[in-house]
Write a protein that binds this ligand. Structure first.
Ligand code: ATP
Ligand code: MG
Length: 265
């Protein structure tokens, strides 16, 4: 399958599941979530093959963070089925790492200690911390305190902390939205190179259409709340901002977003 709209409902996902080389890291079938009477997500279906990337875009309040929370097992969906690595989603699955927008760094710990924290909590040796810091290019900042870092550097620490744990599923909630345009592109390139090296399955929530098209092998577009899938695209242009196909895909995603906002008008 090349670029183009994919039916948002389940069948394509299950077709991929049936392929011998297409084991799914995430399989969502008609999942919904309601905070009491507020329906945040409705009837969301998709499949993320292992080692692939999915970008999720949609207007503010449409349920993107809610979707990541469900995948991370922080709360159960109110309807539908959600499987991670072939099993019903479970809280505290060791292979799942969730990176939130505010970086979540402890101000009273150094960069190295922040990165080592997750390892210590899991009773693992902190040795992987330095390797992870090298990988995100800030080994020289290991002894600094969080307040001595730029936004981009803090984001690198947050990524290093997750990488150190060797996750097979990385969930990122608008990780680069607080950064200036150039730093943001640098971080997108860093994330891409990390993904190419490790082939970690990745779900990236973003407000930026270009970021989604740069990083998502699949792009899921959600409607305003309750978030429903109004477009699910296979994107062949990952990692190439200059390709004509990149701009074509940006327009497709934009159209889907507008269609979602205007209720299909
Ligand atoms: N704990 C909660 N209790 C009640 N409603 C909530 C709660 N958390 C979120 N909501 C509502 O659910 C909807 C989806 O929220 P969510 O945070 O998932 O949106 P989002 O797409 O991540 O938005 P943004 O792009 O602004 O981060 C919103 O309308 C929000 O107000
Ligand atoms: Mg959010």
């Amino acid at each position: 399958m090349t670029g183009g709209a994919v039916r948002p409902e389940g069948p394509r996902a299950s077709e991929r599941a049936a392929r011998p080389d297409g084991a799914l890291m995430i399989e969502a079938r008609s999942i919904s979530y309601a905070y009491k009477e507020t329906v945040a997500l409705r009837d969301v279906s998709f499949g993320l093959p292992k080692g692939e990337t999915l970008a999720v875009v949609g207007p503010s309040g449409c349920g993107k963070t809610t979707l990541l929370s469900l995948i991370a097992g922080l709360m159960p969906s109110t309807a539908g089925q959600l499987r991670v690595d072939g099993a019903p989603v479970q809280p505290r699955r060791p292979g799942t790492a969730l990176i939130l927008q505010d970086y979540g760094l402890l101000p009273w710990k150094t960069v190295r200690e922040n990165v080592a924290l997750g390892l210590r909590i899991r009773g693992m040796k902190p040795d992987a911390a330095d390797q992870a810091l090298r990988e995100v290019g800030i080994a020289d900042l290991a002894g600094r305190w969080p307040h001595q870092l730029s936004g981009g550097q803090k984001q690198r620490v947050a990524i290093a902390r997750s990488l150190a744990l060797g996750p097979d599923l990385l969930l990122m909630d608008e990780p680069f939205s607080a950064l200036d345009a150039l730093t943001r592109e640098e971080m997108q390139d860093l994330l891409l190179s990390i993904w190419r090296r490790h082939r970690t399955s990745l779900v990236l929530v973003t407000h930026s259409i270009t970021e989604a098209v740069y990083l998502g092998q699949q792009i899921m577009v959600l409607s305003p709340r309750p978030g429903q899938v109004v477009g699910l695209f296979r994107n062949p242009t990952v990692g190439d901002r200059r390709a004509a196909a990149f701009h074509e895909m940006v327009n497709r995603v934009r159209d889907a977003l507008e269609k979602g906002v205007n209720g299909g008008a």
